[in-house]
Design a protein. Structure first.
Length: 319
């Protein structure tokens, strides 16, 4: 993604009158974003005194671009998107962790792969410079796989199953439905692992606000965090109704929506342990090239703003 032009637009974007402000959340059309839909449609935002709306995008990435540009207030993405953006000058602030899961990223292998070490001397596909590639290297490290003996191919998610079927690759590391669907169409293929197996890598996505919007609407942001906490409680207590609400917005059957939401742990919290994990992945991002972050500790101290959460739910943060 190119953020340079977007960053220049920030000075031209007005914050508006905070008194009549409506918080706008950019969301992807998938289960991790379901709470934002439910928070608005079920009235949790309204009950907390937060005029709010959500705007749907193909995924979280283009929604995040709109947040960087200042046309939306907040979005949710992983560090593999927001860290490079911030390093290049994007005025964004991380206010809360939001989704945590070990069951989204997975590794699929062909019938010829019987154990992790069998990947040596083979070709695997992944989406480079993403959480999927990071999981792949963490998986290699966990199982003592010599990275130099594995050919890594950057591959579009839509091509993973066909490439596995043709034998162009012997496995792939990816996210979402691409993982469980591949064994359904490729004879002998199987999911060899999910990222959370053996605690190899727990995937996180965080709630990111445009910094100008956060400064202008700090009280509303705090109230919105309470509304999201109310929403998460509702999802846990009423999973069928929650799935029906989200499924209607995303045009998914309630049963399928519930299935996709089940592995996700929705949270509103900011803990030092999570930030330390983020710092580790940030070092990997820097090592891959493309961004320069001379002082990672300083970078994260400037990126994270725990004050809205501290103001409304101090027990949810230890920062």
């Amino acid at each position: 993604m190119v953020f340079t032009a977007l960053i220049g637009m920030l000075a031209l974007v007005g914050t508006g009158d905070a008194a009549d402000k409506k918080l706008s959340f950019g969301i992807g059309i998938s289960a991790p974003f379901a709470p934002f839909v439910i928070a608005v449609e079920k009235g949790f935002m309204e009950k907390r005194g937060v005029p709010a709306e959500y705007k749907m995008f193909e995924s979280g990435a283009p929604a995040f671009e709109a947040v960087v540009a200042g046309s939306l207030d907040a979005g949710m993405v992983s560090e593999f998107i927001f860290v490079p953006a911030r390093a290049k000058g994007a005025q964004i602030s991380l206010v809360s962790l939001f989704t945590v899961t070990g069951k989204d990223l997975g590794a699929v292998v062909s019938k010829n792969i019987k154990s992790p070490k069998d990947l040596e001397g083979k070709t695997v596909g992944t989406a480079v410079r993403t959480s999927a590639e990071y999981f792949m290297y963490k998986y290699f490290e966990k199982h003592g796989i010599d990275v130099s003996k594995v050919a890594v191919k950057n591959i579009n998610p839509t091509e993973t199953a066909p490439a596995l079927f043709r034998g162009d690759i012997d496995g792939f590391f990816l996210w979402g439905n691409w993982v469980p669907k591949a064994p359904e169409v490729v004879p002998g293929a199987r999911v060899i692992a999910y990222s959370g197996d053996d605690n190899v890598y727990i995937q996180k996505q965080s709630l990111i606000f445009n910094t100008n919007s956060l400064k202008a609407n700090r009280e509303l942001v705090g109230k919105s965090l309470l509304a999201l906490m109310d929403t998460i409680k509702f999802i846990k207590e009423q999973p069928d109704e929650a799935a029906a609400i989200a499924g209607k917005a995303f045009r998914l059957a309630p049963e399928e929506m519930k299935k996709q939401m089940a592995p996700l742990n929705y949270v509103v919290e900011l803990k030092g342990a999570s930030i330390n994990e983020y710092k580790a992945s940030t070092r990997w991002i820097v090592g891959k090239g493309g961004v320069s972050i001379p002082d990672i500790d300083k970078f994260w101290s400037e990126l994270v703003d725990a004050s809205p959460l501290k103001a409304v739910a101090p027990g949810q943060t230890d920062l």
